[in-house]
Design a protein around this ligand. Structure first.
Ligand SMILES: Cc1ncc(COP(=O)(O)O)c(C=O)c1O
Length: 411
């Protein structure tokens, strides 16, 4: 949907409250804006009053009833709300998951024979897409060191059509110099795509930093409640039009019920992210002082890798960060995670509940090393924490139990 200027002057929390709530989507004729939230319009079939109206065939535009796959006011409201939060966006396409958003974008930009450059810290299913789906279509994927601009420039070739960035990387947390990478790509006619799930538009404005297309897994912060999956891609007018048509060509649609849940999550996202960020920072500081911990990988923490870029470019953080244990074994790390009561063990993040998972990127990275530069070779057992909305002191006490179990299992 097109962005409306009238809420652009408000702060991000206010925009999060107002976005997408058009009077015609939250009321009926004669009662515009009568309810707070856009109702759930469950509809595959859209009806025409007569044959003349059917033959007049509405144009393929947002906000025109046509058929269920083109959405209804519930989905239109969510996509408009995301557009209104994403500075510089002309529109937002919704996808059934974050992975399908990445696939939808890459299938819009790339053609057989093209080369895709992918940051080496990309989310693993993005890498799998490069090795599988894209390879099958005759598209080659090459990986580059996320923090090395010269390596990116050296990897570019005449066939490079697109670069996929992810900052911070959702396991190892390296922050990329996105403005420099986007500018270097633009100078070569390469389309830049950023997986901005970690920061969301509240913490990092991808398009305003020069990126062409920003994707997000809404499953994480936007839902915020671990009960719904969806993805999005936002862009300026030209790419938005192409993304929308390719998504229609692929027959993609999200359910109005899920869109309604996402709209609900969006209203409180800024406050959830702020609370999680504050708690994550306190926990990261505490971990930094622990003898069992070799390195904390938390961009919000001064002294952590990528902090300078984060402080320069970002307006907010989130609850997701990692830490690396001082030596030890994989079994000792399992003992740590198993000893945690408040942290669930699960692959997602961004929900109200805290989660812990092991970080083992060594076998999947191809262009850069794990352990990261500056870390000792034996310090390779990482743990990723997604900090939720529990009391920080309770989470610290839980981690203290976990570290005691790690020490016991390490001797
Ligand atoms: C950085 C990142 N991007 C994309 C995704 C994919 O999102 P989804 O699970 O909604 O497909 C994830 C999921 O964990 C992620 O961490």
């Amino acid at each position: 949907m097109s962005s409306s200027d009238d809420i652009d002057n408000y702060g991000l929390a206010t925009r999060g409250v107002l976005a997408g709530r058009r009077a015609e989507w939250t009321g009926t004729p004669g009662h515009p804006g009568a309810v707070v939230n856009p109702p759930v319009w469950r509809a595959s079939t859209h009806l025409y009053p007569d044959m003349a109206a059917l033959r007049a065939h509405p144009a393929n535009e947002d906000g025109r009833f046509y058929y269920g796959r083109r959405g209804s006011p519930t989905q239109w409201a969510l996509s408009e709300a995301l557009t209104q939060l994403e500075g510089g966006a002309a529109g937002t396409v919704l996808y059934p998951s974050g992975v399908s958003a990445i696939a939808g974008v890459l299938l819009t930009v790339l053609r057989p024979g093209d080369v895709l450059l992918m940051t080496d810290n990309a989310y693993e299913p993005s890498r799998v897409m490069g090795r599988g789906l894209l390879k099958d279509l005759g598209i080659e994927t090459r990986w580059f060191d996320p923090t090395d601009l010269a390596a990116f420039e050296a990897a570019c070739c005449e066939r490079t059509r697109c670069v996929l960035l992810e900052s911070p990387g959702s396991l190892t947390m390296e922050v990329q110099d996105v403005p420099a990478l986007a500018a270097a790509a633009k100078a070569r006619g390469i389309v830049s795509v950023l997986d901005n799930t970690w920061a969301s538009p509240l913490g990092f404005s991808g398009l305003k930093h020069g990126v062409d297309i920003v994707t997000m897994s809404l499953t994480k912060h936007v839902s915020g409640h671990s009960d719904c999956m969806m993805g999005s891609a936002s862009a300026g007018a030209e790419w938005y039009r192409k993304l929308r048509l390719r998504s229609q060509g692929l027959g993609l649609v999200v359910s109005p019920d899920d869109a309604s849940l996402m709209l609900r999550g969006l209203r409180t996202m800024k406050h959830r992210l702020e609370a999680e960020t504050a708690s994550a920072l306190a926990i990261a500081r505490w971990l930094e002082g622990r003898p069992e911990v070799a390195r904390v990988l938390c961009p919000m923490l001064p002294g952590s890798p990528g902090h300078e870029l984060w402080a320069r470019d970002f307006t907010g953080g989130c609850g997701l960060f990692s830490f690396v244990l001082k030596g030890g074994t994989s079994a000792a790390r399992d003992a740590l995670i198993d000893a945690l009561d408040l942290f669930g063990i699960g692959y997602s993040w961004g929900g109200f509940e805290s989660l812990a998972t092991p970080v083992d990127p060594a076998s999947i990275r191809t262009a850069s090393a794990w352990p990261l530069k500056g870390m000792d070779a034996q310090d390779c057992f990482g743990v990723r924490l997604s900090i939720g909305l529990e009391d920080t002191a309770d989470l610290i006490a839980d981690l203290e139990r976990g570290l005691a179990a790690w020490a016991g299992a390490s001797t």
